[in-house]
Design a binder for this molecule. Structure first.
Ligand SMILES: Cc1ncc(C[n+]2csc(CCOP(=O)(O)OP(=O)(O)O)c2C)c(N)n1
Ligand SMILES: CC(=O)[C@@H](O)[C@H](O)COP(=O)(O)O
Ligand SMILES: [Mg+2]
Length: 649
């Protein structure tokens, strides 16, 4: 009788006998490999926390005790043990989220996938429980990678303050973020790891002494009391214990009994305790264990035996085009350097790093430091390119504003995963940057529509030495090239569907494809349009304002939240120039979007050809009487060939 299917919650798990736990762990591993290779997801991280998750839910009484997962990508086992075993639609529309989700379960508390925040939450929850007199334990599980984030240390500084406030911090140390974790902390954890022999020696000593009649036990107690000094002789515990945190470990994170024993000691300690668990990312699945790049950190659907992709990607990705152009620029511009926040390969800097290792800086999961350090690199005469996922730049906004822009420093930010990302849920959509960065004086933003423009705009960006520049593009594969038929100022005209078009369709970045499709649909509906790509969306190009004044209606379309985005910026520029053409802005609704594929979400929010056409036609019928009257003309037709429609038929 399989054990996993009998687990409907932690109580069932606690009823199992210890000897049933290894077979349960084996079942869970098989489940993860079978399901996550089919759906895609964070296979490596979750294979590494099977035993740890079992021990956590046997020692602590979730959801009364709170178990928090930092970043949350490693919470699949936690979900399996808390009543959620249908992984058939993991990270897919209407399926299980790939992260903890309050809507799914009372066992889940932190939904955001942004690293290094769990200790902060834990500090607050523990304070609340103490103030409200609630007797329970707060446990935060944080990876060695997430521990390189500054917020984790801000929290530790506060947690260490209250020696009487129970809080258990489990460090899940698998020596990896994606790549091996960097920095002094990683070295310190490595030092602690090498004291494994110390723990074994201690265990042997305890056993031997307690079997020694009369003198044994008191001698052990004396030694144990002196353990701090004794242990320090073997391995510097300094950092954690000097902070005032009790340190337990290092513990073999795959030894359920050992982890349970350490967690029980930590739970009964009554103050802040760190339990340092050593785990292996990808444990139990050889292809993951042997994956040098990132231990199968996040996999697309693959064959579990061959590890080949189930549906190989057809075309080049935005990321790969950036990576190649960055490599070429590295040869041309010796002062160009690259900065990553623990995501060297995911952001495409692998080729540059291979060619120029001395000019590539991985700062750990530390985006604020990445930007402040980039400011220093620029001050020192270099031109840094900081490559991060768009959503993760949010936490470094003040550094962009005050450390870079205020000093008029030439730093280029390359924001990958800009716009709707989809399957990673609300906290991963890069829907903020075109709004948040609008307020930064002097900062310039480019949104390329295809590979050619990405190369061109990246080159333009790194040529700017007196202001921050941003190049932002979405996740996944590139669409077809969309050449301009004309350039007015810095604005590319992509198509005109009539001699005196009614509508100016302003396409931001990859929305060009949807706008070209929409223009064709609108033309069939009797609404003519000029489709333009501003290329650089901040500052607003005066030519765009002029073009707006030459049309009867303006519609902007952006893969960003509508609030404070490009549409809002153009409307303000038009007001400032007394251009009163009515403007309507299409974009991502200012909401946290549930996980689904990028395509499904863009369809839902109307950022497709048919969606843009329907919304534009509806606005035109209200604002431009007598247009768009033919019913049924909205049905979708394939993208029209790019021809200059302004030529007389
Ligand atoms: C602020 C932020 N930056 C980057 C990421 C991308 N990211 C997701 S998981 C991960 C590595 C996490 O390493 P670790 O905490 O050690 O967990 P592990 O995967 O090893 O279990 C990174 C960099 C993120 N989620 N949040
Ligand atoms: C948890 C996390 O933040 C990353 O692992 C992220 O899920 C990766 O996203 P991509 O798959 O888009 O690289
Ligand atoms: Mg790790």
């Amino acid at each position: 009788m399989p054990l996993l299917s009998r687990i409907t919650g932690p109580a069932d798990l606690r009823r199992l006998h210890p000897e049933q736990l290894p077979p349960l762990a084996a079942e869970i591993r098989a489940f993860l490999i079978d399901n996550v290779t089919r759906t895609g997801g964070h296979l490596g991280p979750n294979l590494g926390v099977v035993e740890l998750s079992i021990a956590l839910h046997r020692v602590f009484d979730s959801p009364h005790d709170r178990i928090l997962w930092d970043t949350g990508h490693q919470a699949y086992v936690h979900k399996l043990l808390t009543g959620r075993q249908d992984f058939s639609r993991l990270r897919a529309k209407d399926g299980l989220s790939g992260y903890p989700s309050r809507a799914e379960s009372p066992h889940d508390l932190i939904e955001n996938s942004h690293a290094s925040t769990a200790l902060g939450h834990a500090d607050g929850i523990a304070k609340a429980d103490q103030l409200l007199g609630v007797d329970r334990c707060t446990v935060a599980v944080i990876g060695d990678g997430a521990l390189t984030g500054g917020m984790a240390w801000e929290a530790l500084n506060n947690i260490a303050e209250a020696e009487d406030r129970p809080l258990v911090i489990v460090v899940n140390d698998n020596e990896r973020s994606y790549a091996p974790t960097i920095g002094g902390l990683a070295h310190h954890l490595a030092t602690l790891r090498t004291t494994k022999g110390y723990e074994r020696f201690l265990a042997w000593g305890k056993d031997a002494l307690q079997r020694t009649p009369v003198v044994g036990p008191p001698l052990f107690d004396a030694l144990h009391g002196a353990k701090k000094g004794f242990k320090d002789a073997f391995a510097p515990q300094g950092m954690f214990e000097d902070l005032g945190l009790k340190y337990l470990g290092p513990i073999d994170g795959h030894d359920i009994a050992g982890v349970e024993q350490a967690l029980r000691r930590a739970r009964n300690f009554g103050g802040p305790v760190i339990v340092h668990c050593l785990t292996v990312k990808g444990r139990g699945y050889r292809p993951a264990e042997q994956d040098e790049a990132d231990r199968f950190h996040a996999v697309n659907p693959i064959d579990p035996y061959t590890c080949l992709p189930i549906s190989p990607s057809a075309g080049a990705s935005w990321t790969s085009v950036f990576g190649k152009e960055m490599l070429a620029l590295g040869a041309e511009r010796p002062e160009l350097v690259a900065v990553t926040a623990a995501m060297l390969h995911p952001v495409g800097l692998g080729p540059f790093a291979k060619a120029y290792p001395g000019r590539t800086f991985d700062v750990g999961i530390a985006e604020q430091h990445a930007v402040a350090s980039a400011a220093g690199l620029a001050t020192g005469g270099l031109h840094p390119v900081v490559a991060v996922y768009a959503t993760f730049l949010n936490r470094a906004f003040d550094q962009v504003l005050m450390d870079v822009a205020l000093h008029r420093l030439g730093v280029t930010f390359v924001l990958d995963r800009a716009g709707v990302t989809g399957n990673d849920g609300a906290s991963h959509n890069g829907m903020w940057d075109l709004s948040v960065l609008q307020v930064v004086p002097g900062l310039r933003i480019a949104a390329p529509r295809d590979a050619a423009r990405l190369r061109e705009q990246l080159r333009q960006a790194v040529a700017v030495e007196d202001a921050p520049t941003v190049v932002r593009f979405p996740k996944g594969e590139l669409g077809p090239e969309a050449p301009a038929i004309e350039r007015i100022g810095g604005v590319d005209v992509l198509a005109r569907t009539g001699p005196a078009p009614d509508v100016l369709l302003v396409a931001v970045g990859p929305m060009a494809a949807a706008c070209l499709d929409a223009a064709a649909l609108l033309a069939a509906d009797g609404i003519t349009a000029t489709v333009v790509d501003p290329c650089w969306v901040k500052p607003v190009d005066p030519a765009l304002v002029e073009l707006a004044g030459a049309h009867r209606m303006v519609v902007t379309v952006e893969d960003n939240g509508r609030t404070g985005g490009v549409g809002a910026a153009l409307a303000q520029a038009m007001r400032d120039a007394d251009v009163d053409t009515p403007l309507r802005d299409l974009g991502i609704p200012q909401e946290f979007l549930a996980h689904a594929s990028r395509g499904e979400i863009l369809e839902e929010i109307g950022l497709t050809g048919t969606g843009v056409a329907a919304q534009t036609a509806a606005h035109a019928r209200r604002l431009l009487p007598g247009t768009g009257t033919r019913p049924g003309a909205q049905e979708y037709r394939p993208r029209m060939p790019l021809t200059d429609w302004s030529e007389p038929a």
